[in-house]
Design a protein around this ligand. Sequence first.
Ligand SMILES: *Cc1c(COP(=O)(O)O)cnc(C)c1O
Length: 430
Amino acid sequence: MKEIPKFSKRYGVKMDRNDPLSKFRNQFNLIQKTIYMDGNSLGLMPKSSELYIQRIVNEWKTIGIDGWLEGKIPWFFFAEHMGKKIAPIVGANPSEVIMTGTTTLNLHTLVNTFYRPDDKRTKILADELNFPTDIYALKGQIRMHGLDPNNELTLVPSEDGLTLNESTIIEMMRDDVAVIMLPSVLYRSGQLLDMQRLTKAAHEKEIFIGFDCSHSVGAVPHEFDKWEVDFAFWCGYKYLNGGPGAPGFLYVNEKHFRETTNLIGWFGYVKEKQFDMSLNFEKASNAGGWQISSPGIIASGGVEGGLEVILNAGIQQIREKSLKLTNYLIELADYYLKESPYNVRIGTPREPDRRSGHIALIREKNAYQICKALKKHNIIPDFRPPNIIRIAPIALYNTYQDVWHVVQTIRKIIDTKEYLEISEERTFIS
Ligand SMILES: *Cc1c(COP(=O)(O)O)cnc(C)c1O
């Protein structure tokens, strides 16, 4: 590969030709004539997801209620089945993971279990860069104990508005902290936190720690058991490609299976006895105990398909290609977009083990309009205020040539100043 200059178009062609994951691209419903770079927000639809959703619709149509026990994957055991499937890519035992709820809901159920303020420990430690819904939910959890979030929620500050320093987080693990809840990946900059180091430090201070892994599961391998994480949760629709509003997942370390929750529902009952319909709740002694309601079975078919592709490709291989793609993007952006008038800088840590699957391109001025202009060129990125263009080249369906085109198109948009014709007014989702 030496003879092809890295910054030529031909380099991307060559990389694609030698890509061991290239065959998976064809397993997705790609959007025609479009370069999709938003799989960190909503993954594209796997062809198998479409089939599995159809299968479930058909089961409903032809066998009705019998689908609960006689569906191809019996609906009654769907959540456990998916938990077992996903366990290896998060480094968990099958009994420690369950498909259930959605991200924010799962945060509520888990924090309800792990946040037990007492005379000594009353605080939750989180960070100021987290996805807002997580912070709203944590404040609600504090209020449920009759406490004031202004006193009890401590947010780790960021020095640059983009990244967090693990050492600062560790310094803030004081004696009055009951629970730490952090994202695995910061949704704007794409920084991947060192979950192992943070967990070790938290446990040295006898603090529970959990992670919102919405932006890492499906892109990065996890080792929850090895790291001894207390709890975790994540969504099904980003890198897992499960579909809009897909069911999420939660993980509880088995040493906590006996802990209780007050967000109780009948799907958390001991499975074998759920239909005895006793009025005295008996919590399942595994992650299933944190379920609340009947799972959305039709949507679960989307997750079934998404997960299947990931397992077939292998999470290590996905991570390897993902890092190559993001590295290529960083190199091209440095080469083609750094100087004036482009003025684009990288907001994501450059060290491979400190980033997940997307790159934050920062442009102080007109980032929103440039993002919109990219859409006009059939490239789908997303924008996070005030100045971040997020580009997520997905290992399973994006190519090196896609990355090349994105960088060249941004350059063109700035050269022609065509973005100036686009309104700065924001739409609902962008
Ligand atoms: C995507 C994401 C969410 C989304 O929450 P939902 O409850 O699934 O709508 C929450 N937190 C983080 C960190 C996310 O990345």
